[in-house]
Design a protein around this ligand. Structure first.
Ligand code: G3P
Length: 215
């Protein structure tokens, strides 16, 4: 599985989000790879109307219908077409109790959950909340050119031991098919990445290469 997190990159916002989502759809169709995208809450609706690949929210809040101005309501995210959500990304960390409640709310409305963790140990500590996936990303490598797979492969092996391969995603600096291949070989089910695609001159070529690493 490959999940591209569109974050708030300009190349992946509003109209650009739809274009980039279509490219992901093309590559998913051409390769048969399990490719998903995580877009800004404000873009979920239009992206889901335009492409038919799994879309995740980048975050939800543990709120209910009613008085929660400015929050992201899980029911709304589900209703406009998202299938899952990321929670606790390094760029949007949550208190443990808030994370627990957010996972519960996501499950209540039928959204699957990718919980991010900064270390394998932290990821393992989230198993008690029973998220669908746990994405381990060393924060210092996020957005950089050095990938977790080549610089810290022991993190992936350790995470696979502590978390188990079925739930494990890894990310940070993942840029090409070889990175993906190493992640899978060391025990991950997939990768979570962003800048390798969102900053690419030719995102389709990068995605084709990334998808090649899954097999
Ligand atoms: O959510 C994915 C992410 O934090 C990794 O970012 O740019 O290192 O692939 P990047």
């Amino acid at each position: 599985m490959i999940i591209t997190n569109f974050k708030t990159y300009q190349s992946a916002t509003a109209e650009n989000a739809i274009n980039l989502a279509s490219i992901h759809q093309d590559v998913a169709k051409e390769t048969g790879a399990d490719i998903r995208i995580s877009v800004q809450a404000v873009d979920i609706s239009r992206v889901c109307e335009n492409v038919n690949i799994p879309v995740l929210a980048q975050h939800i809040d543990p709120v209910n219908f009613g008085s929660a101005t400015g929050h992201i309501l899980p029911e709304a995210v589900k209703a406009i077409g998202a299938e899952g959500t990321i929670l606790n990304h390094s760029e949007n960390r949550l208190e443990r109790e808030v994370l627990k409640k957010s996972i519960e709310r996501a499950k209540e409305v039928g959204l699957y959950v990718v919980v991010c963790a900064e270390t394998p140990e932290e990821g393992a500590s989230f198993l008690e909340f029973d998220p669908d996936y746990i994405a381990v990303e060393p924060p210092e490598l996020i957005g950089g050119d050095i990938s977790v797979s080549t610089s810290q492969p022991e993190i992936i092996e350790n995470a696979a031991k502590l978390i188990g391969s079925e739930k494990l995603l890894v990310g940070a600096g993942v840029k090409n098919g070889e990175d993906v291949r190493i992640c899978i070989k060391l025990g991950a089910k997939g990768v979570l990445l962003a800048s390798g695609v969102t900053k690419a001159e030719d995102p389709k070529a990068v995605l084709m290469d990334l998808a090649g690493g899954l097999v």
